[in-house]
Structure formats: structure tokens, C-alpha cells
Write a protein that binds this ligand. Structure first.
Ligand SMILES: Nc1ncnc2c1ncn2[C@@H]1O[C@H](COP(=O)(O)OP(=O)(O)O)[C@@H](O)[C@H]1O
Ligand SMILES: [Mg+2]
Length: 314
């Protein structure tokens, strides 16, 4: 029987119609993702998604990578550390003010096990929601001697006592460099930095790298910037391609080959309390996030070795 790709090729012709070629490519990539085997990391990977710029795709990336990895049968815990609670919304986790959330975890009233909720679309994905109450935490814990490691202590305790083994813990950071982000950076050993393909993409990156350096030297020596992902990429524009090439030139070993295109479905999905992986599984947004998840999973061994090497240096 003729495959969908072949049918499309037959109707549109291979090169005569760019649209036809694009649909054919999309079908081919969707099938490849469906067939792909996603390796599990040898131990839990803890990754904070951070960039102090707002609107670069942190939450979208944390949500959709988590959903993609869970769809590939890895067990994932997503921790929402942004008082806006956008990641909680996008994964269907209730987070009205006063409900159990990461705020209670940070302040020691509840454990992660007590506040986590399973995402309705993926049984391998658990979410620790954030509510607006979290915005009070920075001030409320400011005087505690262990204020930087409150999240780390909670995560360590959870992972060591949970009956289920988690393959990934992914933290969605707020767009500032305050106590919530420091707590996130102390709780993980990897940083994933989403870079929006736009003119000022690299501006501010130096400041972020400096902050990561400070956290490394004071609190968390094994912290590694393991991954960069280009988001809202528009392959038709020269600017997008220039930004990608520039980032690749500066950070050749950590930028993923996959880029995330700008698509309407990606931005629509949260209003349905869904990741794009559940909302539009065959579209380019979902396909791209699945490809990025595969790339991240395939790099696990290299990344874990790099973390061990850093640990041994210190
Ligand atoms: N690839 C994309 N295509 C279209 N819209 C996107 C894409 N990535 C993010 N967005 C939209 O851009 C806005 C900012 O993204 P978000 O992930 O919330 O950024 P951040 O968490 O860094 O502030 C949101 O409205 C989101 O839906
Ligand atoms: Mg966000």
C-alpha cells in the first residue's frame, strides 16, 4: 500500500510544489518520531529551564519537553517555580491561590509527594504546581540560613524516598535572577537555556552565564549548562538563520540541532490546558519538541559523564 508520504509526493510532485514537499517532510518526520526509541538516562537528570528574559519560550519548552519525554515512556517530574503558574496551567494542574503547591514545599509545610499531581494527558508526567502565593516566598524565606537550598533539599528527599524512579526532573524558572531561580539552580545539575531566534537573542546571555558561574562557585560546583534550544525559529527569515548560526558558533557543543518553529498551535495549546504534544500531536510544534526530547535523551551519557567530571574536579 502507498504510504501517506508517497501519496502526497504523487499528488504534489517532489519539487514542483514547496507546500507539497513541506507536508511530505512533516509526515516523514512524524513517522520517524513515532518509531523512535528514546533511551532512558542511567540516573535521574535534573534540568532547570532558565533565561532571565521573559517570553523566550522557557515555560513552553519545559512543558513540551516534559510531555514529549513522558510520551516516550520516561518518568518525568515537572516543577513549576514561576508564581505565574503558566506551566501548571499548560499541564492541567490546578493551581489556585491556597491550593497545595511548590510554595508549601519551599516553606517546608508539605513534601513534593504530597503536592504533585499527575498530568491528565500523560500518566508518566507528574507536576508540582505553582500558584501566585509563591511570589511571597522570596521575602518569607529571605532570613533562613538554608534559603538557597530549600528546593534542593525537598527534591533530594523526594527522589530518595519515591517508590517510582524518575528519569527527569525539569524545573520551569521565572524570568528573574532572584531566590527562586537560585533555588532552582541549586536543585539541579543541568541548565537548559532556550534562546529565542530574534535580534537581541544573545544580549543578556552573558549576565545569565555569570549568574550560573556565581552559583557554581558558591553553592553548586557540578552545575553545567548542558543544553541550548533555539525557539520560535522561522526558517524563512534570514534573521532566524543568522541567530541560529551565531549561537552555534559560540556554543557548538551544547546547541541542539533541532530548532522549535514558531507555530500557532504551540501558543494555542495552553488555553486548552494542554501541551502541544497532546493538543496537536501531528503538527510541527509537537514533532519538533519530540525531536528535541530525543536529542536530549541521546546525549544523556555524555552529559552525565561531564557532570561527574566536574564533580571530581571540585
Ligand atoms: N514556538 C512557539 N511558537 C509560537 N508561540 C510560542 C512559541 N514558543 C512560545 N510561544 C509563545 O510565546 C509566549 C512566551 O512563551 P513562554 O514559554 O511563556 O516564555 P517564558 O516562559 O520564557 O516567559 C507565550 O505566549 C507562548 O505561547
Ligand atoms: Mg514562563
Amino acid at each position: 500500500m502507498e504510504s501517506a508520504t508517497e501519496t502526497i509526493k504523487r499528488i504534489f510532485g517532489e519539487s514542483s510544489s514547496p507546500l507539497g514537499a513541506e507536508i511530505a517532510a512533516e509526515t516523514t518526520r512524524f513517522r520517524a518520531v513515532q518509531k523512535a526509541v528514546c533511551p532512558k538516562p542511567a540516573r535521574t537528570r535534573l534540568i532547570a529551564v532558565a533565561n532571565q528574559k521573559g517570553g523566550v519560550g522557557k515555560t513552553t519548552t519545559a512543558v513540551n519537553l516534559s510531555a514529549a519525554l513522558a510520551q516516550f515512556k520516561s518518568r518525568v517530574l515537572l516543577i513549576d517555580m514561576d508564581p505565574q503558574g503558566n506551566a501548571s496551567t499548560a499541564l492541567g494542574a490546578p493551581h489556585a491561590s491556597g491550593q497545595p503547591s511548590v510554595y508549601d514545599v519551599i516553606e517546608g509545610r508539605k513534601t513534593i509527594a504530597e503536592v504533585k499531581r499527575t498530568c491528565p494527558d500523560f500518566d508518566m508526567l507528574d507536576v508540582v504546581p505553582a500558584s501566585i502565593d509563591l511570589s511571597g516566598a522570596e521575602l518569607e524565606v529571605a532570613d533562613l540560613p538554608n534559603r538557597n537550598v530549600l528546593l534542593k533539599n525537598a527534591v533530594d528527599e523526594f527522589l530518595s524516598t519515591s517508590e517510582e524512579h524518575y528519569d527527569y526532573v525539569i524545573i520551569d524558572c521565572p524570568p528573574s535572577l532572584g531566590l527562586l531561580v537560585i533555588n532552582s539552580m541549586c536543585a539541579v545539575n543541568e541548565m537548559l537555556i532556550p534562546i529565542q531566534a530574534e535580534y537581541y537573542a544573545l544580549e543578556g546571555l552573558g549576565q545569565l552565564i555569570n549568574t550560573i558561574g556565581l552559583v557554581q562557585s558558591h553553592f553548586n560546583p557540578s552545575l553545567l549548562v548542558s543544553t541550548m534550544l533555539i525557539t520560535m525559529f522561522d526558517k524563512r527569515t534570514l534573521l532566524s538563520r543568522e541567530v541560529r548560526d551565531e549561537v552555534k558558533k559560540h556554543y557548538p557543543s551544547i546547541v541542539l540541532n533541532t530548532t522549535i518553529p514558531r507555530t500557532v498551535k504551540i501558543s494555542e495549546a495552553p488555553s486548552f490546558n494542554q501541551s502541544v504534544i497532546a493538543y496537536d500531536p501531528k503538527g510541527m510544534g509537537a514533532i519538533s519538541y519530540c525531536e528535541a526530547a530525543l536529542e536530549i535523551a541521546e546525549r544523556s551519557q555524555t552529559v552525565l559523564q561531564a557532570i561527574d567530571a566536574r564533580r571530581n574536579e571540585n
